[in-house]
Design a protein around this ligand. Sequence first.
Ligand SMILES: *[C@@H]1O[C@H](CO)[C@@H](O)[C@H](O)[C@H]1NC(C)=O
Ligand SMILES: *[C@@H]1O[C@H](CO)[C@@H](O)[C@H](O)[C@H]1NC(C)=O
Ligand SMILES: *[C@@H]1O[C@H](CO)[C@@H](O)[C@H](O)[C@H]1NC(C)=O
Ligand SMILES: *[C@@H]1O[C@H](CO)[C@@H](O)[C@H](O)[C@H]1NC(C)=O
Ligand SMILES: *[C@@H]1O[C@H](CO)[C@@H](O)[C@H](O)[C@H]1NC(C)=O
Ligand SMILES: *[C@@H]1O[C@H](CO)[C@@H](O)[C@H](O)[C@H]1NC(C)=O
Ligand SMILES: *[C@@H]1O[C@H](CO)[C@@H](O)[C@H](O)[C@H]1NC(C)=O
Ligand SMILES: *[C@@H]1O[C@H](CO)[C@@H](O)[C@H](O)[C@H]1NC(C)=O
Ligand SMILES: *[C@@H]1O[C@H](CO)[C@@H](O)[C@H](O)[C@H]1NC(C)=O
Ligand SMILES: *[C@@H]1O[C@H](CO)[C@@H](O)[C@H](O)[C@H]1NC(C)=O
Ligand SMILES: [Cu+2]
Length: 557
Amino acid sequence: MEMAPWIRIVTLLIACLLPASVECLVRHYNFNVVMKNTTKLCSTKPIVTVNGKFPGPTLIAREDDTLLVKVVNHVHYNVTIHWHGVKQLRTGWADGPAYITQCPIQPGQTYVYNFTLTGQRGTLLYHAHILWLRATLHGAIVILPKRGVLYPFPKPHQEVVIVLAEWWKSDVQAVINEALQSGLAPNVSDAHTINGYPGPVSNCASERGYTLPVEPGKTYMLRVISAALNQNLFFKIAGHKFTVIEVDASYTKPFKTEMVLMAPGQTTNLLLETNLGTGKFMVTASPFKDAPVVVNSRTATGMLHYFGTFDDTTTIVTIPSAQNDTPLVDNFTVALRSLNSKEYPTRVPLKIDHSLFFTIGLGINPCETCVNGNHVVAYINNVTFNMPSISLLQAHFFNIKGVYTDDFPRNPPNKYNYTGTQPTNVQTMNGTRVYRLRYNSTVQLVLQNTAMLAPESHPIHLHGFNFFAIGSGLGNYNADKHPKKFNLVDPVERNTISVPGGGWMAIRFIADNPGVWFMHCHLEVHSTWGLEMAFVVENGKGPNESLLPPPNDLPKC
Ligand SMILES: *[C@@H]1O[C@H](CO)[C@@H](O)[C@H](O)[C@H]1NC(C)=O
Ligand SMILES: *[C@@H]1O[C@H](CO)[C@@H](O)[C@H](O)[C@H]1NC(C)=O
Ligand SMILES: *[C@@H]1O[C@H](CO)[C@@H](O)[C@H](O)[C@H]1NC(C)=O
Ligand SMILES: *[C@@H]1O[C@H](CO)[C@@H](O)[C@H](O)[C@H]1NC(C)=O
Ligand SMILES: *[C@@H]1O[C@H](CO)[C@@H](O)[C@H](O)[C@H]1NC(C)=O
Ligand SMILES: *[C@@H]1O[C@H](CO)[C@@H](O)[C@H](O)[C@H]1NC(C)=O
Ligand SMILES: *[C@@H]1O[C@H](CO)[C@@H](O)[C@H](O)[C@H]1NC(C)=O
Ligand SMILES: *[C@@H]1O[C@H](CO)[C@@H](O)[C@H](O)[C@H]1NC(C)=O
Ligand SMILES: *[C@@H]1O[C@H](CO)[C@@H](O)[C@H](O)[C@H]1NC(C)=O
Ligand SMILES: *[C@@H]1O[C@H](CO)[C@@H](O)[C@H](O)[C@H]1NC(C)=O
Ligand SMILES: [Cu+2]
């Protein structure tokens, strides 16, 4: 029997107050940022969390829904939250990076993030975008297809969110503050975690590992997220292969793999067939290290177990991929292609308005108070980013002078063999410089890794846009030779990509989102050291082509 219309409406209204409901156009969430002791970890130190949860609550919505997330800051730190990978069309005020698009939500203050999920479906994450708070303040964003639209792959039996992270025994702010004082690298983390659980850690009474109970003969969809701060992680399940179907909320051509590489800030959706029927299988998150830098070499372990499997079944153990297996990683990276179907076409810009070449790497600047009289810094085109004291977006919108200059260089100041012998002078300039783009202009950006200090890969994250990764290679980019091999047909579309250590990565995007958009290394330590810059995208002329005015409750500095 049909429901009476008023019952339907009342049901819908009630359902819309419940975050898990999937039938609402506007979804309200309350995020209380609170300190919380967690028993998952071997520590009694309280951590900064959303609603006392680690990882934080999962946001569930459909493509085209509007989210209203009321964030109340109950902790003694300044807080902001970034919706990583959400394009924020015209709503830069809701993007979240502190001093780029907003001033922080100060202790006791509230801010409502108001944004619409336009043209995206898949898995993303949210995380704090100030200090190092994102170590524990993060969670999943699940964007379901519009009502009535199917996945471009068979409907999975069940969907599971898996958040990988890094955990320090000490307070994370103490860790980075100590490093900023000394000028040296910060302590590496003490454990990796899978949905908050490290698995066994020596000298530590951690509760247990993460467990994933499964039925045999089904297809599960794993929404894997890396919320790690400073390390790339391999994700594996013993005895099982995955089919990759989506990265950074963009569908990919399906391909099978035994391991997935996750850089901080990346998301990967996988299909997992539970075709072994019985037993217990180890789930692991282990580090990938492509440079002679110190990493946390511990492996987080969890367990997949088939229903009805007895407790005494032997666990099939995963062999973690070798920490330095770069060829394996390259293989995985090369296999990633966008789906490029009729429903989801890949629209790579073919005509380029701005051709940019940015070198990225680490340097050393003098520092009188530091241990060695100097400190490690990082740069893009030899510019170390200086964080302003009011947000760039406010300065842009209200035309406040003296906050930034729009002269970010389109090329590095000096040409040399970037991946060969490094200059003896490894100092950098500094500034708050942005690169200005007309609305709807097209950009090709070649990111060239340098070998200065350490030829380490950098996961570069662009806010406000997805980009297409059209080519990459080892050594120096060659503007005559390499463009001939660009993939302009089905390059992977994403928001965070690793520029290979000692190599380069070419991306393209269309500047169709007015506002100020941060671009930075998603290794938090490199971002802290200044591997950051921003694009300013001007308003267009059309009615829907300008940045909206700021909301009334936008925090003040
Ligand atoms: C966390 O645990 C410690 C030690 O047991 C205790 O002193 C502290 O008050 C607790 N903090 C919170 C926020 O519960
Ligand atoms: C959210 O922003 C839209 C504009 O994008 C505005 O129309 C709406 O009133 C805002 N909602 C709230 C609750 O502020
Ligand atoms: C960093 O590691 C050193 C050496 O193990 C230790 O002495 C120091 O206390 C650590 N710092 C923090 C903030 O945990
Ligand atoms: C790379 O992939 C190819 C084809 O999928 C495979 O044959 C080869 O063994 C892989 N190499 C590594 C290092 O994993
Ligand atoms: C740059 O340096 C690398 C490593 O030393 C070397 O193999 C390469 O030939 C150099 N390239 C040029 C153009 O000199
Ligand atoms: C970077 O800038 C500093 C300061 O101006 C300069 O000394 C150094 O030579 C530059 N380095 C490169 C590689 O351009
Ligand atoms: C920026 O560079 C100038 C000139 O080298 C220097 O005096 C200043 O201390 C630097 N500022 C920061 C924040 O590093
Ligand atoms: C944006 O540019 C594309 C070409 O790159 C053009 O087809 C389209 O009409 C432009 N849109 C607007 C709103 O200017
Ligand atoms: C502007 O956006 C609104 C709401 O999305 C839409 O209804 C309208 O057609 C758009 N106008 C133009 C000119 O694109
Ligand atoms: C919080 O942010 C405000 C505004 O930028 C700033 O004045 C204040 O010093 C910050 N507080 C802390 C504890 O960092
Ligand atoms: Cu980096």
